[in-house]
Design a protein around this ligand. Structure first.
Ligand SMILES: N[C@@H](CCC(=O)N[C@@H](CS)C(=O)NCC(=O)O)C(=O)O
Length: 224
C-alpha cells in the first residue's frame, strides 16, 4: 500500500516527467509510478483524461493532487526541506534558477529535445543564435554555482542534490546527447556528476526497458 501515485510519460523523451520523478524520489514519497506512452502529438488521450492540464508529471499523494513539475518540486520540498538551500537568500536564488529553467530556454528545448536513444552526436546544422544564447546562459549558471560551491559538494548548491539540480538534469542529458561544445570545465564536471547520480542511472536504465513500439520517429530520426 502506497500513499499515492506518480504518473509520468515515456522515460526516453519526457523531460518534465524526469524532473517530477527526481523530486518525488529525492523526497522519498511512497508512490506507485505509472508510465504512459507519449503519443507524440502533445495530446495523449490517457494523459488528457487524467491530468487537469493534460500533461505529465501528475502526482496524487495523501489527498493532494499536483500536475506540474514546479508545483511537484515545491510540494516535495515541504516534505523534504533539504530540496531547497536552508538560508533564505540562497533559497531565493535556487527558486529563481528553478523558475528560470521551468519557464525559459525554449529555443534549446525545442531544437534539442530529450531523446535517450542518442549519444554524443551533434546536429549537422549550425545552432541558431537563440539556442547558443540559451546554452551560454546555462553554462554561466552551472559554472558560477560550481565555482562558488566547489568546497561544499558536487551539486549546484553544494552537498545536496536539490530541486535546482532536478530541474537542470534533463538539460545535462540533452547536452550529452547532442555533444554540446564550448562548456566550461566546471560545467562538464557537473554534467558527469548528474549523469552518474544513482537516480539518473535508474531513470536511464528504466528508459532502456521501455517497449520499442513506444519509440517515436520524430525523436529517433533527428539527423546526426
Ligand atoms: N509545465 C509542465 C509541462 C509538462 C509537459 O509539457 N509534459 C509533456 C511531456 S514531457 C506532456 O505531458 N505532454 C502531453 C502529451 O505529450 O500528451 C510541467 O512543468 O510539468
Amino acid at each position: 500500500m502506497t500513499d499515492g501515485r506518480l504518473v509520468i510519460g515515456t522515460r526516453r523523451y519526457s523531460s518534465w516527467s524526469l524532473r517530477g520523478w527526481l523530486c518525488v524520489r529525492r523526497a522519498g514519497l511512497s508512490v506507485t509510478v505509472e508510465t504512459l506512452r507519449l503519443s507524440g502529438t502533445g495530446n495523449t488521450a490517457e494523459i488528457k483524461a487524467l491530468s487537469p492540464n493534460g500533461c505529465v508529471p501528475y502526482l496524487e499523494h495523501n489527498g493532494a493532487i499536483l500536475w506540474d513539475s514546479l508545483s511537484i518540486a515545491e510540494y516535495c520540498a515541504e516534505l523534504a526541506p533539504d530540496l531547497w538551500p536552508t538560508e533564505r537568500c540562497t533559497r531565493a536564488q535556487a527558486r529563481s534558477f528553478t523558475a528560470e529553467m521551468h519557464s525559459g530556454f525554449r529555443a534549446l528545448r525545442s531544437t534539442l529535445p530529450m531523446t535517450l536513444g542518442r549519444e554524443g552526436c551533434p546536429l549537422p546544422t549550425e545552432l541558431s543564435d537563440d539556442v547558443r544564447s540559451d546554452i551560454a546562459r546555462i553554462n554561466a549558471i552551472w559554472t558560477k554555482q560550481r565555482c562558488q560551491y566547489a568546497q561544499e559538494g558536487p551539486y549546484l548548491f553544494g552537498a545536496t542534490f536539490g530541486n535546482v539540480d532536478a530541474m537542470f538534469a534533463p538539460v545535462v542529458l540533452r547536452f550529452l546527447s547532442y555533444a554540446v561544445s564550448g562548456l566550461s570545465q566546471e560545467a562538464q564536471a557537473y554534467m558527469q556528476v548528474i549523469r552518474h547520480h544513482p537516480l539518473m542511472q535508474e531513470w536511464v536504465h528504466d528508459a532502456q526497458q521501455e517497449p520499442k513500439e513506444w519509440q517515436l520517429p520524430q525523436y529517433e530520426n533527428i539527423p546526426c
